[in-house]
Design a protein around this ligand. Structure first.
Ligand SMILES: [Zn+2]
Length: 326
């Protein structure tokens, strides 16, 4: 197992097709806010700990960040996921596993206030507006998302363009018609999302897998994304109740998928907390890379394709961000 002697990035061996979970673990490990919250959790009262996903995640993240090398810090976590129906020997979808882990944290942590703090790290509160196209009445619903799932077009895309489309109202017709209480029946409608709050950690899922006629197709097309961006530039995104000032985000992790929908491999690019350099984690093998290497995951035919992007909100108290070098 390779470990950069200076900065403690630890590779994770591929254990029964675990590249998807390995890449996710590298991403969660670089989300130090999560490890810090899990560290605060008093787990003395937890029973059946081999079945408890957040407990095994806490141990794995602690082992990955520790100076004492441990041969395979992720095996117990993988077996624990397996006991919770995220099976070993299976190719998984990284976005589904991420949402499942978040769900297990809410269900299985006995410290509910800490579980809520973890939820709030990722929680994107949204207002959904549903306007009936027959009677024009509007229903407004408040809910939340843990990741922004962005539709991508089959040619060239930019993150900014995908986000603008996400917040454009969509027509719901045919089988997607919704019940209108005024009309008393299902009617065509227009649905739109508006942001109420943005989280400290913004998880963006690029929808590269599409189901058509019973099989899954992968979209290799290019999606460019910036290292830093200001959400305030996504003009149509905000509810009138949105009250945050600072919406600048900096990229710190990219989960990458290469190959086809049926035979793929996951790796992760993560930024180190201390030296702020980018590293590429391909199972056991970890090495330092440049921002230009990360940009090669924009996609294109037969190339690595970014699948999940993790951005961290830049806080004013942190002062100016240092220049990023390649
Ligand atoms: Zn109506």
């Amino acid at each position: 197992m390779y470990r950069d002697p200076r900065y403690g990035m630890r590779g994770l061996s591929n254990y029964y097709l675990s590249c998807c979970v390995n890449s996710l673990l590298q991403t969660l490990s670089s989300t130090w806010e999560l490890a810090d919250l899990l560290k605060k959790w008093d787990t003395a009262g937890v029973r059946a700990d081999s079945q408890n996903v957040p407990l095994q995640l806490k141990r794995t993240l602690a082992a990955m960040g520790s100076d004492c090398p441990q041969r395979a810090p992720h095996h117990d976590f993988l077996h624990c996921l397996d006991r919770n129906s995220v099976r070993l020997h299976t190719q998984h979808d990284a976005d589904e596993v991420f949402l499942a882990v978040m769900n297990f944290i809410q269900q299985q942590m006995d410290d509910k206030s800490l579980a809520l703090e973890i939820l709030n790290l990722y929680k994107i509160s949204v207002e959904t507006h549903l306007q009936c196209l027959r009677c024009s009445s509007i229903q407004t619903l408040t809910s939340y998302l843990l990741s922004l799932s962005l539709h991508i077009k089959e040619d060239r895309n930019s993150l900014e363009g995908c986000m603008n489309s996400f917040f454009e109202p969509q027509d719901l017709t045919g089988i997607n018609c919704c019940f209108c209480p005024q009309c008393g029946t299902k009617t065509p409608s227009k649905q739109g999302f508006k942001l109420l709050t943005l989280p400290p950690i913004l998880c963006i899922h690029l929808k590269r897998f599409r189901n058509s006629r019973g099989y899954t197709q992968k979209l290799d097309c290019e999606v460019t994304f910036p290292e830093t961006f200001d959400f305030l530039e996504t003009k149509e995104a905000f509810s009138t109740h949105f009250a945050q000032n600072d919406c600048r985000y900096t990229l710190y992790a990219v989960v990458v998928h290469s190959g086809s929908a049926m035979f793929g491999h996951y790796t992760a690019y993560v930024r180190h907390r201390m030296n702020r350099a980018w590293y590429h984690a391909d199972d056991s093998y970890v090495h330092q890379v440049s921002w230009e290497d990360v940009q090669r995951t924009y996609g294109g035919r037969y190339r690595e394709t970014a699948y999940i992007l993790m951005y961290r909100r830049a806080l004013k108290e942190e002062g100016p961000q240092p220049e990023f070098s390649g």
